[in-house]
Design a protein. Structure first.
Length: 100
């Protein structure tokens, strides 16, 4: 999958005033794929198709990475955790498996 295909297949939304990008594919129990530092959801492009055959796969760009805006107050683990949980709540996900 190319970068352009990845961007076209993703979803843009706003979480607490911050523009966010994520991929949401498949059905079943949610699996959230969290990319590493200085990366993006694009790093999961080879995993998403296979996992989405059995699970709902959600791969967000963390704040300040990929196509998601930076957080106004800076970046720390608590802010990233809150952002991720707010994103998941906004799309109706309250239980999930976390990979990353």
């Amino acid at each position: 999958m190319s970068w352009a295909e990845h961007v076209a297949s993703g979803i843009r939304t706003t979480i607490n005033g911050v523009e966010a990008f994520y991929v949401d594919r498949g059905e079943g129990n949610p699996v959230v794929l969290v990319h590493g530092w200085a990366s993006s959801s694009f790093s999961w492009r080879r995993n998403v198709p296979a996992l989405s055959e059995r699970f709902r796969v959600i791969a967000p760009d963390l704040p300040g990475f990929g196509l998601s805006q930076r957080l106004p107050g800076g970046l720390d683990l608590e802010s990233v955790r809150a952002f991720l949980l707010d994103l998941l709540e906004s799309i109706g996900v309250d239980e999930f498996s976390l990979v990353g």
